[in-house]
Design a protein around this ligand. Structure first.
Ligand code: ADP
Length: 266
């Protein structure tokens, strides 16, 4: 609490009492703390690849450059760390764009089957590499929707990319879209992957939260995918649900209000 005291004066200038204003600053304090944590996280996440790049560049400088097989490996590390930094910065830009763009969705009429097939196409290389089978199912009663296509594409890319990252070779991913009993559009991405432990489930949408930092990093993750997805879905007036069981798999469901064609915001 912040306390402000104002004396109440009598005519003879003596003090008759005081007015105390107690202001609850918990929310502001929390906001400030999460901002500080965010900046610390971003700095740390950028510092890690930068330190790696620096030490590999120094090793090249110290002679590794004259040993072609070694030099090739070091350059490879430098390149992949740079790519991870680019992904991180791109993700941060997406976050700040959606933070400030809440009510300016650019909705368009979207064919759901086409949208989901296109997501699968974007990942066809990785899917083939891991021999993961994919099915896409769209409810015939809900073939189209009025969505911000760029935003929802980004959400789906993040969810499908996670499903692939955290599913072992030979697994399966099912993507479906249907309208539910509550009159919402429900888009689900289900995988047969490693799952998320119960204790982590409600923290998983926090920026930079990962169940296993090393695994996420090795997979090229930034720890921002789900928080970006949630921002975008919230901007649509929707929600994301997560169900998961360790070593069985995960289902992520995006619930979006079905809005009439032509409407501007959520
Ligand atoms: P990352 O870039 O690390 O994948 P995300 O924000 O997309 O970041 O996800 C946060 C964490 O949630 C991941 O590090 C992972 O631990 C967990 N996670 C997300 N999706 C899945 C999934 N489909 N299966 C298992 N774990 C998942």
């Amino acid at each position: 609490f912040r306390v402000t005291l104002t004396p109440i004066r009598r005519r003879d200038k003596g003090v008759a009492g005081a007015i105390a204003v107690l202001q609850d600053v918990t929310e502001a304090e929390k906001l400030e703390q999460s901002r500080r944590e965010f900046v610390a996280n971003v700095s740390h996440e950028l510092r890690t690849p930068l330190t790696t790049i620096k030490s590999y560049a120094e090793a090249l400088d110290d002679g590794a450059i004259d040993e072609p097989p070694l030099a090739e490996r070091f350059v490879g590390v430098i390149r992949s760390e740079t790519e991870r930094m680019i992904r991180l910065v791109t993700d941060l830009l997406h976050l700040s764009r959606f933070d400030s763009r809440r009510n300016q969705l650019r909705r368009q009429k979207t064919d759901l089957a086409e949208m989901l097939e296109e997501v699968v196409d974007r990942f066809s290389f990785q899917l083939r590499q891991k021999a993961i089978t994919v099915t896409v199912k769209v409810d015939h009663r809900q073939k189209t929707a009025w969505l911000d296509r760029d935003g929802i594409d980004q959400v789906l890319d993040n969810l499908v990319s996670n499903a692939i990252k955290y599913t072992l070779d030979g697994g399966a991913i099912d993507i479906s879209a249907k309208s539910n009993e509550a009159g919402q559009l429900a888009i689900s991405v289900k995988d047969t992957g490693i799952g998320i432990p119960k204790k982590d489930l409600n923290r998983i949408f926090e920026r930079f939260y990962r169940v296993d930092k090393a695994r996420s990093r090795n997979m090229g993750g930034t720890g921002l995918g789900l928080s970006i997805a949630r921002e975008i879905v919230r901007a649509h007036g929707g929600a994301i649900l997560l169900e998961s069981e360790t070593n069985v798999g995960t289902v992520v469901t995006v619930l979006l209000p079905i809005v009439p064609e032509g409407s501007e915001s959520a």
